[in-house]
Design a protein around this ligand. Structure first.
Ligand code: C5P
Length: 231
């Protein structure tokens, strides 16, 4: 099993709630994901606040725009101190290359391409793309090929495709796996879920823990359970 680092998603409405969660988790988690909900409410200040508390930041704004705009957006995010950030793989080769160029503004910022959202299954993906999708894994591997060719550092995919990506792109693309649930946990709006251990066994470098931790009666207890599942 590879060493997978857990990242907790700060999917909350306010800086206050985000910092309370970070304080509660304390030494159990040092890497946090800031997504569009919190960033739209609090802006760059919330990134700085997490960094000031000693946390590392994954800025998950999933950029998808023309190359010039994405290059600038990634440059701004990298300069803020984000260690990881996301763009949509389906933005295409030129957009992905522009994102990698933008990230070079900071020494330690890596670009992740989002392949297929973990909330989509083959039927939902087929309806969105207007063609039948035999299996999601084939689409994820196709997008991974595009991302690797553009020099992107990692891929966001579900734990169900992570092993296929590792097998084909080991050393070229690390994987980041959201849609993680403790065994027996509620799937909510996610379609392709795995447990922390299953994600790590599939080769994930990072796991994203959202509601499995943040909506638990005790986030600290849930986080301890994640860590023991990984040990
Ligand atoms: O609460 P839950 O564990 O479902 O949250 C998953 C987190 O990972 C959310 O912040 C969501 O935006 C993010 N994410 C995802 N699927 C992707 C990329 C990111 O669920 N493909």
């Amino acid at each position: 099993m590879t060493k997978a680092t857990p990242i907790v998603a700060l999917d909350v409405e306010t800086m206050r709630a985000a910092l309370a969660l970070i304080d509660e988790l304390g030494d159990l988690c040092r890497f946090y994901k800031i997504g569009s909900e919190l960033y739209s409410a609090e802006g760059p200040a919330v990134v700085r606040a997490v960094l000031e508390r000693g946390g590392q930041v994954f800025l998950d704004l999933k950029f998808h725009d023309i190359p010039n705009t994405v290059r600038g957006a990634v440059r701004s995010a990298a300069s803020l101190g984000a260690r990881l950030l996301t763009v949509h793989a389906s933005g295409g080769d030129a957009m992905l290359r522009a994102a990698v160029e933008g990230a070079a503004a900071a020494t330690s910022c890596e670009v992740l391409a989002v392949s297929v959202l973990t909330s989509l299954d083959a039927a939902a993906l087929g309806a969105a793309w207007g063609r039948p999708i035999a299996d999601v894994e084939t689409e994820v591997v196709r997008l991974a090929e595009l991302a690797a060719g553009a020099g992107v550092h990692g891929l966001v995919c579900s734990g169900r495709e992570a092993a296929a990506v590792r097998d084909r792109f080991e050393g070229r693309l690390m994987t980041v796996v959201p849609g993680v649930r403790l065994s027996g946990g509620d799937r909510q709006d996610q379609a392709r879920v795995v447990t922390p251990r299953q994600a790590a066994e599939a080769g994930a470098r990072y796991l994203v823990l959202g509601r499995a931790v943040t909506a638990a009666a005790s986030p600290r207890a849930a986080m301890s359970e994640v860590l023991s599942d990984l040990s």
